[in-house]
Design a protein around this ligand. Structure first.
Ligand code: AMP
Ligand code: MG
Length: 422
C-alpha cells in the first residue's frame, strides 16, 4: 500500500481514529488460520481451547450426599418437627468410596457422610443436626426434608453430552478442575503465537549494561516481552538495531519470516531518522495498514502486515509503547492465540475522578490513574500525571480511563470506567 494515502497534502500523517485502526487491524487478521496441538491437562493452564468440548459422562456419575447425616425417604419425614418428631430405624451405613449395599426401606435410614453415594430407595439426606439418637438403632427426626435435599444428583454438575467449554475459552485453574472431574486428560488447544521483539535507536543499549553518556537503557524490550508472555506468546528477542535502514530492514525481515507478530519500538514517527515506515513498506505484502492514530499517548504507531505476520512499529517513549500494546498489540495477539473476537475486552471497574482533567478534542486521551478505596462509595481514580517518556507513571498506575475524541475534558466527581493494568 502506498503511504501517500496516509498523509495529508502537507505530508503530515493523517491520524486514524482508534476504533477504525483497531477494526482495520482485526479485520486483516480475521482470516489467518491458527494451528492447533494436543496438550496434556497439567500443561494446559492459560492455553486456549480450539474446539467445542462436550461431556463424555455425567458429573457426578452417581447421586452423592452433600451433608453428614442419614439417607432417608423424604416422604417418611413429612410433618416431622421437634414437637412431633418421627422415628427412623438405622438399617445400614454407606462406606466412603464404596457402592452402597442394600436399599433404604420405608421407615428406615442409612448413616451417610458428605460425598457418600446415595443408597437405593433413598431420595434425600437428613442432616445430623436435625436428628436425636434414641439408641444405636433408632433416631428421632425433628425436621422434615424434601426430595433431593442435601444431595447432588446424577449429572447435576454437568450432564453427559452437554457443552463443557467452547472454542476460544482460555483455560483457568477451575477449568482444568472441571476437565479432570470429567476424566478429560488431553485437550486440543491453539499453538502459542510466536512474537519477535526488537528495539531500535542508536542511543539504546541493553538494560544490563551501564549506558555511557548520551545512551539510555532499553526499557521497551523487556516490558513488551513480558506483556506478550502474559498473553501466552513465545517471545524471541532480536535485540537492539541501530538507526540504519540496512540493519533494521534485515533484522525486521528475518523476524517477520520467523514469527506471527513482530514488534519494534522507536523509529515509528515521521522524523528524519524514523525508518519504521520505510522498512515496513519495503517488506510489502501488503505493508502498512495504519500509520498514526488519534490517541494520546501513542499517536505515532505503525500497524502493518506482511503475508500473515502482523507488524507493529511502536513509539519509542515507553508509556506510548505500552499504551499502543494495550489498544492494538494485545487484542491482535489474543486473536492470533485463538480468542474469539467477542472475548477481547479488558477488565474494568467503575470509579470517581478525583480532579478536573483537560483533554484536546479530536483524539482519544488515556489518563493513567491510581485507585483508592473509599468508604461507602466507588473507589477514587487519582490521575497520575507525567510525560509519555516517564515509565514510573505507568508503574504507579493501577489502570486508566479514557476521554473520548469529541470531549474536551472531564470534571471532578464524574464516574468513569477504569481499565485495569494488572
Ligand atoms: P523514537 O520513537 O525513536 O523517536 O523515540 C522516542 C523516545 O523514546 C526517544 O527519547 C528514545 O530515546 C526513547 N526510546 C526509544 N526506544 C526506547 C527503548 N527501547 N527504551 C527506552 N526508551 C526508548
Ligand atoms: Mg529512535
Amino acid at each position: 500500500m502506498a503511504s501517500d494515502g496516509l498523509k495529508d497534502m502537507l505530508g503530515r500523517v493523517r491520524l486514524t481514529p482508534v476504533k477504525k485502526a483497531k477494526s482495520i487491524l482485526l479485520g486483516a487478521l480475521a482470516n489467518i488460520s491458527i494451528q492447533t496441538e494436543r496438550c496434556s491437562l497439567p500443561a494446559a493452564l492459560d492455553r486456549i481451547v480450539s474446539s467445542n468440548l462436550f461431556s463424555p459422562e455425567d458429573l457426578p456419575a452417581h447421586p452423592r450426599s452433600t451433608m453428614d447425616g442419614f439417607a432417608v425417604r423424604a416422604a417418611d419425614t413429612f410433618g416431622a418437627s421437634s414437637s412431633m418428631p418421627c422415628y427412623l430405624e438405622i438399617d445400614g451405613e454407606v462406606a466412603m468410596g464404596q457402592m452402597p449395599e442394600g436399599e433404604v426401606r420405608q421407615g428406615k435410614c442409612f448413616h451417610i457422610a458428605t460425598g457418600g453415594l446415595l443408597p437405593a430407595g433413598s431420595d434425600a439426606v437428613m442432616m445430623f443436626e436435625h436428628t436425636i439418637p434414641v439408641d444405636g438403632k433408632m433416631i428421632e427426626v425433628v425436621k422434615s426434608v424434601g426430595v433431593g435435599i442435601n444431595l447432588i444428583s446424577r449429572g447435576e454438575d454437568i450432564e453427559k453430552n452437554s457443552p463443557v467449554l467452547s472454542k476460544g475459552h482460555l483455560l483457568r485453574p477451575q477449568d482444568l478442575g472441571l476437565l479432570a472431574g470429567l476424566g478429560i486428560a488431553e485437550v486440543e488447544v491453539y499453538k502459542r503465537p510466536k512474537v519477535g521483539i526488537l528495539s531500535t535507536g542508536d542511543e539504546i543499549v541493553p538494560w544490563s549494561q551501564s549506558p555511557p553518556p548520551g545512551k539510555i537503557r532499553d526499557i521497551n524490550g523487556i516490558t513488551l516481552a513480558a506483556l506478550c508472555e502474559r498473553l501466552g506468546a513465545e517471545v524471541t528477542d532480536y535485540g537492539i538495531v541501530s538507526d540504519s535502514e540496512e540493519t533494521f530492514f534485515a533484522t525486521l525481515k528475518r523476524a517477520t519470516n520467523e514469527n506471527n507478530v513482530v514488534l519494534f519500538s522507536g523509529g515509528s514517527s515521521v522524523g528524519m531518522r524514523d525508518l519504521g515506515e520505510r522498512v515496513i513498506e519495503k517488506l510489502g505484502n501488503p505493508g502498512i495498514l495504519v500509520h498514526g492514530v488519534a490517541l494520546k499517548p501513542g499517536k505515532p504507531i505503525i500497524i502493518g502486515l506482511s503475508h500473515e505476520t502482523a507488524i507493529f512499529g511502536l513509539p519509542g517513549h515507553p508509556v506510548s509503547a505500552m499504551v499502543c500494546f494495550e489498544f492494538f498489540v494485545g487484542p491482535a495477539l489474543r486473536l492470533l492465540a485463538g480468542s474469539q473476537p467477542d472475548q477481547l475486552f479488558t477488565p474494568s471497574i467503575r470509579a470517581i475522578v478525583a480532579r478536573n482533567i483537560n483533554s484536546a478534542a479530536g483524539r482519544l486521551d488515556l489518563v493513567r490513574v491510581q485507585l483508592q478505596e473509599q468508604e461507602n462509595n466507588l473507589p477514587l481514580a487519582i490521575p497520575v500525571l507525567g510525560k509519555s517518556g516517564s515509565i514510573s507513571t505507568l508503574s504507579r498506575a493501577h489502570g486508566y480511563f479514557l476521554i473520548d475524541e469529541p470531549s474536551q475534558g472531564l470534571n471532578k466527581d464524574t464516574q468513569v470506567e477504569v481499565y485495569l493494568l494488572l
